[in-house]
Design a protein. Structure first.
Length: 495
């Protein structure tokens, strides 16, 4: 529970500070530089493909030696991961330098941006130094004390945002802004490393990891690498394609929407990720009926959350951008907004499936369908991007997901772990999507009577939208076994 509270606190604080920082950034440095910032963030993120899946495999490998208090094994794993992460850092640096000659083709702006390569190198440096000492944090995470890491990260992020806001206002200097980010990364890693040593002083000792154990770790890594790689290519190429096809300025416009979407999705992920370990225990216990009941309850919650978030964002998003940034210049068209919300809707409704995927190791059997999704996304993004612009690129991601793993992953999960067909699940997805559209239409009609954009009208629209979704989904699920299951659990807690 401490981990969940810490994660929510971290996300809330960072979300609020990011809104303030982004507003200052646009006012004093400009939306074009915001586009460059978002673009380079995505590029160096893709360059970190060498790390895909390693963090999960690393944390997993510490569970047993920590439970057995095997200090020699823990020290040996730390030494092994130190070597691996040093190799990854060098690999990322090398790949990053290979991008330098192509920056002018990737970054497309009407204004001349001085020192573009220097900005990019600082971004690259920030990514490379993020690998320093990071392996030590895995011991804390595996000990279910991740709240310690999150607490440190929260305060460092708070200081970083405050310093960056001050730099933006008084110097208008993008380079200083980036240097503070690098410094924050270094301080964060040093403090977490120090904390890990305080909690587990044995990690400074020499230890051994047998050849068999190293091979087992590599096997676990390779099992999820292709899946994670495809997932990154599917979800982390939009900014690059938008910059190349539409222009880097539009990356900045999209970034304002994306910061809201990403953080909302993170809150939902924290909620569902918190039960993944419990699902693993449930599956290990072999209680088929109970594991299916829990899945249906989680799915009902995800449907309600998806409808609530999608409806509220459709009604309130553009008004929020106007109130936040005070200019219609930063608004995206309705087609693009709908494409953004389609991707968010899918992400929220698939959270229960993804929780079971992680708990069951389903990614081993669905990794190739993710490759297909990544290829479809790339091709469709180019075609639709040229024809429809930014909205087409974002819509391509939705089409790639719906045509591949949205139906394939449930098919495997239901066949192997629920011993039943996935058709009922897929029909439920379709019916709840239609119900969400109904919520949006009804809310649109009801909120049209509040046309003036102000903080008061925004709050009124929000209340109306929440009430409409709550009423519609309560009527939809009130008589179901899933709803009764939740009511029983609430009553048990109260009594």
């Amino acid at each position: 529970m401490k981990n969940i509270r810490a994660a929510f606190f971290n996300k809330t604080i960072i979300l609020l500070l990011s809104f303030l920082s982004r507003r200052c950034f646009i006012d004093y440095i400009g939306v074009t530089y915001l586009g460059v910032n978002s673009l380079f963030t995505e590029i160096v993120g893709m360059l970190s493909l060498a790390d895909l899946g390693f963090g999960t495999a690393m944390t997993y490998s510490f569970y047993k030696p920590i439970a057995e208090n095997d200090k020699i094994k823990i020290a040996g794993l730390i030494g092994f991961y130190k070597k691996v992460y040093n190799i990854i850092a060098v690999a990322v640096l090398g790949l990053g330098l290979c991008v330098l000659p192509f920056l002018n083709q990737i970054v497309r702006t009407e204004m001349v941006i001085d020192h573009l390569k220097i900005y990019y190198l600082v971004f690259l440096l920030n990514t490379v130094v993020s690998y320093l000492f990071v392996y030590k944090s895995a011991v804390i995470t595996a000990s279910q004390k991740n709240y310690i890491v999150l607490k440190l990260q929260t305060w460092i992020d708070v200081v970083r945002y405050i310093l960056q806001i001050i730099i933006i206002i008084f110097t208008h200097n993008f380079l200083y802004y980036l240097i503070i980010a690098v410094a924050a990364t270094i301080v964060n890693n040093l403090l977490i490393s120090k904390k890990a040593i305080e909690l587990y002083p044995e990690i400074q000792n020499k230890g051994e990891v047998s050849k068999t154990e190293r091979q087992g770790i590599i096997r676990n890594l390779s099992s999820m690498f292709l899946y994670k790689l495809s997932s990154t290519l599917l979800n982390s190429t939009d900014n690059t394609l938008i910059s190349i096809i539409c222009g880097t300025l539009y990356v900045g416009y999209y970034a304002n929407y994306k910061v809201i979407i990403t953080n909302l999705n993170s809150f939902v992920s924290i909620l569902f990720n918190s039960v993944t370990a419990s699902i693993g225990n449930l599956i290990a216990a072999g209680e088929l009926k109970l594991r299916y009941t829990v899945f249906k309850v989680m799915q009902m919650i995800s449907y309600a959350l998806a409808a609530l978030i999608s409806t509220c964002l459709f009604i309130l998003m553009n008004d929020f951008i106007l109130l936040w940034l005070r200019s219609k210049q930063y608004l995206l068209d309705q087609f693009t907004l709908k494409a953004i919300l389609l991707n968010l809707y899918i992400a929220v409704t698939l959270q229960p499936l993804w929780s079971y995927r992680e708990a069951t190791g389903l990614y081993r059997k669905t990794k190739y369908v993710m490759v297909a999704a990544a290829i479809i996304n790339l091709l469709a993004s180019i075609i639709l991007g040229i024809k429809f612009g930014i909205g087409g690129i974002i819509l391509a991601s939705f089409l790639a997901k719906v045509s591949t793993y949205v139906w394939y992953e449930p098919k495997i999960l239901f066949k192997e772990y629920f011993k039943t067909s996935s058709l009922k699940y897929l029909s439920g997805q379709l019916s709840n999507f239609i119900l969400t559209v109904v919520c949006i239409l009804v809310s649109s009609v009801c909120t049209n009577i509040v046309p003036v954009v102000s903080i008061t009208s925004w709050i009124i629209k929000a209340i109306i939208s929440v009430l409409i979704v709550t009423i519609i989904y309560t009527l939809r699920y009130f008589w179901t076994d899933e709803f009764k299951f939740i009511i029983r659990k609430i009553r048990d807690r109260v009594h």
